[in-house]
Design a protein around this ligand. Structure first.
Ligand SMILES: [Zn+2]
Length: 468
């Protein structure tokens, strides 16, 4: 790709101005873009940075959270040029009134990145385009200074995203790129400093050119409206279509097990197995909302189900809670009034996914309303509950279930007006036995068979009704 060509689109290079613009990872690019003033600023920062000590010493300091404490056995990322390109390491450093966030890259490939901030909750988002994340090890320190935590993962096909939670308004006081040296690869460095709410709000928001959530929501509504709403009972004649939705993914790992197992991987492995099992019957067309480790917004999952004209939508999740003794499978269907406090809390947690991934939900449009939808929805809820009961019935014969196992709450992902939808929590990753089951291919295979029987039963019953 041509740097000069991209430069026309990016425009803004430099420290504070970098917010809301895509930057090239190579500082040399700034000169090509003709941003002389900003380049000078960048060079000043780089020089100041290098004066503070050589880059390696600074990185050591960052990894310990203290300056000048001598060498620390922190493995640097893949040396430049060796191995594939990608982000190989993330580090946090405490620099007094600022918190430093460093991403190290391997290889000489250029990558584009952009930085922006979002409010409610306070987040700093970094998008990296064109190179993957290949972290050698899970970063040990995940909160320091103004940073209360962060996560990363694939956000779109060629974009990876880091979302940094800050717990308070912050400004990106500086951001710059360090060239490879002293055994370290190229680094993108952000210095975050506390700021007041008013200043934060002045710069917060999606960068120019990023998909606007309000526009996306409107487009989605249009897309949903384009699929005619037909009550489920009228669609029984054709071959059944089942959409399986592996929960979370990419930048949103979902729940975490005690041994570090991630919900997003557990749900994807199960969904694939379940799909295979359903297809093997020859009775179903099966689609997955995602078949890789990528982030999909909640509403997009609903849209996929509707576009595929699904007869059944099954969202697969795994939970995690404080009490390690709690275990068992549960099935949720949509209700504005939650069946109990735990169901309400769970729905709140699952509905956070878009926030966790750094989507700006301001301007989010309300649900489609209308008499036709209300009617379809009532019928849909009925069928959803029937399938949930069938699922609980079959699952409880072969695995531990919560009591009660069928619960209700306002999950965003269950809101298709005309697709019977359930959300299955396979179990608790925080429970030792459940975690063992959920990560076992044997259990996955047997539970996929069990759930296939429940699906058979559900459609079998409906066929019988049609015949009468
Ligand atoms: Zn989940």
């Amino acid at each position: 790709m041509s740097l000069a060509g991209l430069g026309r689109n990016w425009g803004r290079i430099g420290a504070r101005l970098a917010v809301a613009g895509f930057l090239a990872l190579a500082p040399a690019f700034a000169a090509e873009a003709g941003q002389v003033n900003d380049l000078n600023e960048l060079v000043r920062q780089l020089e100041a940075d290098l004066r503070a000590g050589d880059a390696a010493a600074e990185n050591d300091a960052m990894s310990t959270g203290a300056l000048g404490t001598g060498p620390v056995p922190m493995a640097p990322g893949t040396p430049p040029g060796a191995g594939g390109a990608g982000v190989t390491s993330i580090r946090l450093g405490d620099h007094g009134d600022q918190t430093r966030f460093v991403m190290e890259f391997a290889g000489e490939n250029l990558a584009d990145y952009r930085i922006f901030t979002l409010a409610d909750p306070y987040r700093v988002v970094i998008d990296i385009k064109g190179v993957p994340f290949n972290l050698a090890e899970t970063p040990a320190v995940k909160s320091l200074g103004v940073v209360t935590g962060y996560r990363y993962g694939r956000f779109e096909a060629d974009t990876w995203r880091v979302v940094i939670d800050t717990g308070q308004p912050v400004e990106v006081a500086r951001n710059f790129v360090l060239d490879p040296q002293s055994g370290f690869g190229r680094r993108v460095v952000l210095d975050l400093a506390p700021t007041d709410m008013a200043s934060f709000m002045r710069t917060a928001g999606l960068p120019e050119g990023a998909p606007d959530t309000a526009a996306a929501a409107a487009a989605e509504l249009a897309a949903v409206a384009a699929v005619p709403i037909s009550p489920p009972a009228q669609r029984i004649e054709r071959r059944r279509i089942v959409v399986i939705d592996p929960g979370h993914g990419g930048v949103d790992p979902g729940a975490l097990g005690r041994s570090g197992v991630k919900e997003k991987n557990v749900t994807l492995a199960f969904a694939r197995q379940f799909a295979e099992e359903l297809r093997a019957t020859g009775r179903y067309d099966v689609h997955l909302t995602r078949d890789s480790d990528i982030f999909i917004p909640l509403r997009e999952r609903v849209t996929i189900a509707r576009r595929k004209q699904a007869d059944l939508f099954i969202s697969v999740h795994a939970d995690a809670i404080q009490r390690p003794d709690v275990r068992g499978l549960s099935v949720y269907t949509l209700s504005e009034t939650a069946s109990d406090a735990e169901a309400a809390a769970l729905a709140r947690k699952e509905n956070q996914s878009d926030l966790i991934a750094g989507l700006d939900l301001q301007g989010e449009t309300p649900e489609v309303t209308g008499i036709l939808i209300d009617l379809a929805q009532r019928e849909t809820k009925n069928y959803s509950s029937r399938f949930a009961r069938s699922l609980v019935d079959y699952a409880s014969r072969s695995t531990k279930t919560l009591d009660p196992a069928h619960r209700f709450a306002g999950f965003v992902v269950l809101k298709a007006p005309d697709v019977p939808s359930v959300l299955v929590e396979l179990g608790f990753l925080t429970n030792h036995e459940d975690e063992k089951l959920l990560t076992s291919s044997t259990w996955r295979a047997s539970m996929a068979k069990t759930m296939t029987r429940a699906v058979d039963r559900y459609f079998g019953d409906r066929m019988a009704e049609m015949a009468n």
